[in-house]
Design a binder for this molecule. Sequence first.
Ligand code: G4P
Length: 528
Amino acid sequence: MSFLKEIQRRRTFGIISHPDAGKTTLTEKLLLFGGAIQEAGAVKNNKIKKGATSDFMEIERQRGISVATSVLAFIYKDKKINILDTPGHKDFAEDTFRTLTAVDSVIVVIDVAKGVEEQTEKLVEVCRMRKIPMIVFINKLDREGKDAFDLLDEVEQKLGLKVTPLSFPIGMGYDFKGIYNIYEKKLNLFSAENKQTVSKGIEFTDISTPELDEIIGTKPAETLREELELVSEVYPTFNKEEYLNGEIQPVFFGSALNNFGVKELLDCFIEIAPSPQPKKSEERLVDSKEEKLTGFVFKIHANMDPNHRNRLAFIKIVSGIFKRNAPYLHVRLNKKMKFSSPNAFFAEKKEIVDESYPGDIVGIQDTGNFKIGDTLTEGELLNFKGIPSFSPEHFRYVNNADPLKSKQLYKGLDQLMDEGVAQLFTLDLNGRKVIGTVGALQYEVIQYRLEHEYGAKCSYENLPVYKACWVEPEDPKNEEFKEFKRVKQRFLAKDKQGQLVFLADSAFTIQMTQSKFPSVKLHFTSEF
Ligand code: G4P
């Protein structure tokens, strides 16, 4: 197959949702269609158990499993589909944000009864800012839930999206009869007994025929006609260009658990979802069709075996063909490297491959050379953009609990931060180290891993910080900035890249600081 065809047949995407909306179930059903797994329940193990907020042993176990399920690839109708797994647990939201830099599109799963939830809002906001094409899947139609129109309104308002339904439910919960596929003009009837099979769908170009009444009953048929009329009046017609530009988001309804509406979603997805897209680097826009290899690290996974500090760096191929044993430039280290056993992912397996194409993910064994955001090229000095750090939500001083092991502690901290487990800040005033995380759970993970992988011990001390703000002075030499640094001296720190950060103790402090020092801008992400 030609290089161009290989690119065009790839679809690399992520599924995002609030925990429990049905991401795992949907992923599994998609894999079943691709023939990549034989039975339901295979992906399920990847989930961090509910309520396991402090059960970090469970997380350790999950880390091992999730290496295999970080990328789930399968072939469907000759398309190579790469699903990038995004952790559902909110304490790992940062991981998800980073994974979103490696996808070309996303599917957003929403629970029909719960509607738009907090985690979905945050993740969709990131996708919206990046103009990532999104398809919305409203799940659990076999249960009682919100009215379809109310839900579409909620999606528009809370998520700031412009939606257009491509399918519409007939009834809901107990009365759920099926779905009318607006995109393909087909009727799909629901049968709860028929769980793992796919209903074929009845062609139904003209919904005004009395045949519809015979099949689903007069009342539901009338309601459906009225609702579809309303849909066509209220919502814009689907336009692929607009979807690809992130300006419009098609919506599907279904029930992942019952495998209902999933095939329709997948069939539409492979047709409309983008193949690998060009990506911005600091220097230029890199097109996927360029022949020279470029790629970047978006995730680093530590090995389960604590005695071997091997890690797996996940590289998204942006352009060119990644070849086993070919020399590539690690731009940040300005070092040529060869990889003798790059892993490709297929369903839940990984295997060594000779060639990978744009859109694919390659896993590389790493002994500490890589950190998140690193770029590989054939020699060009490129740095891919777009993996910002977000302000953590929790902050603690980290203290060395075993003075004989300080070297191990700092090495461990350094490597864990490269993996993106948390963020490290060093206070300007006294050099004390502060760890910032998205969730409290990470502190336990860090402590556990420092001890088991690096032989170091640490303890924590709370620090009343509300947000880390990256500081951008209008003019680093002006008096106002000097005054800012003098007044806020105790709260200033450097992040790992050496950027200046203000650790603010409240929203009020941020507001006051901004009004007192208007020429000093404060940002909640490290990229501005
Ligand atoms: P997540 O990855 O987004 O966190 O969600 P997951 O797929 O694990 O689904 C969360 C729960 O919702 C699971 O039930 C799952 O079976 C259920 N679910 C998913 N899709 C549907 C659907 O279409 N209809 C209905 N009724 N339920 C659905 P659980 O009881 O928490 O887990 P389990 O015991 O079934 O594994």
